[in-house]
Design a protein around this ligand. Structure first.
Ligand code: SF4
Ligand code: SF4
Length: 448
């Protein structure tokens, strides 16, 4: 690690910068690698979410600042910002800024799903394929999300706010910035004028990869990107909420092994050996070697949900079958590295990949979201919550341990939870000034 990289990495850790694209991977780790390309993932392919577009519209210079810092830290000679060409209202400005910086270009991408899959972006930007089970660094790339770079540009200033979109069944869908630890209910009431649907539920993180929730009093974390509010009985909510028992029972009788799920799988089309139709076969076996072998065809699944929510003509759950298979294999200590499918063969892109890209407009129709797909413009109002709950588990790695006591006064930006220096993770900070009302292993609550 160079001095520059060590310094930037320390700064990112102190600021608590984590991947804001949803994964929450501590960003300081990425800054420690060496790469030829630093890529900005601005594809934002989850339908209905707009926060990356809005950050690039209102704060583009900060994203470029973050990118330059990352490029310097990892020694990258090229920076590429990948954005969908449909965002024609902001691309000219981005090109202008890129021109004024050194070695940064704009990659205009089609409006398909999942253009924002990290490995798809690496291929589109560089023509390189991340090895199966590997990471972009192995092909000389480091990838960061728009908001991550925005936050990185301020490091070591702590991350105390998050940008989110609230779209769907609310009066005024909007994109805005709020202190970490406010609730989704406060977001809906303060920024979006309340609900328009009776008995609302929501998908946290976008309709494809997000998780169904019904509790609007859950607090936002640093990696929160937005929610889609829908009625509880919307088919997408119902489908995503089905139990393993139910989807296994239906899959066992209804899967005709047509293999559409595999044929449209973006990772399969990149040349990785992911074959969800084979994983579906495991539903016919009660354990044994056949079950174990077929389960392994799900090991390289990135959980994009295209198979379950678009490709399968029977409306089955191949993605969930892959997720369950991976969890079972983890318990048996089987990962891709020690799987017989890890042949070491170099992946080759499927010759029809370009023709199987799924347009987002078609996907929105298939998801039944046409009536909920609103512009969600930027709302610059500020938010002064009466209290916030700072979760101790906001990133990949070990959760934080509270670093404050009940009754203690804290200022905005103070560390309220941290992880030991030798563990993967980074601190969490007070997002408002106030008094610590409650501390437990799950959260620190602060009242203003
Ligand atoms: S697309 Fe559906 S029916 Fe066809 S193999 Fe996959 S899960 Fe089975
Ligand atoms: S969720 Fe389905 S389509 Fe997506 S990577 Fe996994 S198997 Fe492929």
């Amino acid at each position: 690690m160079t001095d520059l990289s060590a310094e930037f990495s320390r700064s990112l850790r102190a600021a608590g910068v984590v991947g804001a694209g949803g994964a929450g991977f501590p960003s300081y780790v990425k800054a420690q690698g060496r790469a030829e390309f630093a890529l900005v993932n601005a594809a934002e392919c989850e339908p209905l979410l707009k926060k990356d577009q809005k950050i690039l519209e209102y704060f583009p210079e900060k994203v470029f600042d973050g990118l330059e810092l990352l490029m310097r830290a990892v020694g990258a000679s090229k920076g590429v910002l990948g954005i969908k060409k449909k965002h024609e209202e902001i691309i000219p400005r981005l090109k202008e800024i890129a021109k004024s910086r050194k070695n940064i270009s704009i990659l205009e991408m089609g409006d398909y799903y999942p253009a924002g899959d990290e490995q798809c972006l690496v291929y589109e930007a560089t023509g390189r394929i991340v090895p199966p089970g590997g990471i972009p660094l192995e092909v000389g790339c480091v990838v960061a999300n728009v908001e991550t770079l925005y936050n990185a540009s301020f490091a070591p200033r702590p991350v105390t706010e998050t940008f989110v979109t609230v779209n769907g069944g609310v009066k005024k869908p909007a994109t805005f910035r709020v202190p970490v630890g406010v609730t989704w209910r406060e977001c809906v009431e303060n920024f979006c004028g309340g609900f328009t649907v009776k008995d609302p539920a929501y998908i946290d993180g976008g309709p494809m990869m997000g998780k169904v929730q019904t509790d609007f009093d859950l607090p936002l974390v640093k990696a929160s990107g937005g929610i889609i509010v829908l009625p509880k009985d919307h088919p997408l909510i119902v489908k995503k909420a089905q139990s393993r028992q139910t989807f296994t029972r239906i899959g066992r009788s209804a899967c005709d092994q047509c293999s559409y799920c595999t044929e449209f799988c973006p990772r399969y089309l990149l040349g990785h050996n992911v074959q969800p139709h084979r994983v579906m076969r495991t539903m016919l076996f009660a354990g044994g070697p056949e079950h174990k072998l077929h389960s392994q065809y799900g090991l390289l699944c990135c959980e994009c949900s295209l198979c379950s929510l678009y490709s399968c003509p029977e409306g089955l759950h191949p993605r969930e079958a892959c997720v369950s298979a991976k969890a079972d294999l983890r318990e048996q200590k089987v990962g891709f590295k020690n799987s017989p499918l890890n042949t070491g063969k170099k992946p080759e892109v499927h010759p029809v990949r370009d023709f199987r890209k799924v347009p987002v407009s078609k996907l929105v129709r298939r998801l039944g979201l046409e009536d909920y797909n609103k512009p969600a413009p930027w709302n610059a109002a500020s938010c002064a919550p009466a209290s916030v709950k700072i979760l101790m588990s906001q990133h990949i790695g070990v959760p934080c341990v509270p670093a404050v006591k009940e009754g203690q006064r804290v200022e905005k930006g103070a560390v309220v939870g941290d992880v030991p220096a030798d563990k993967l993770g980074c601190p969490v900070h007070a997002s408002i000034s106030g008094t610590v009302r409650k501390v437990n292993e799950r959260y620190v609550e602060i009242i203003a």
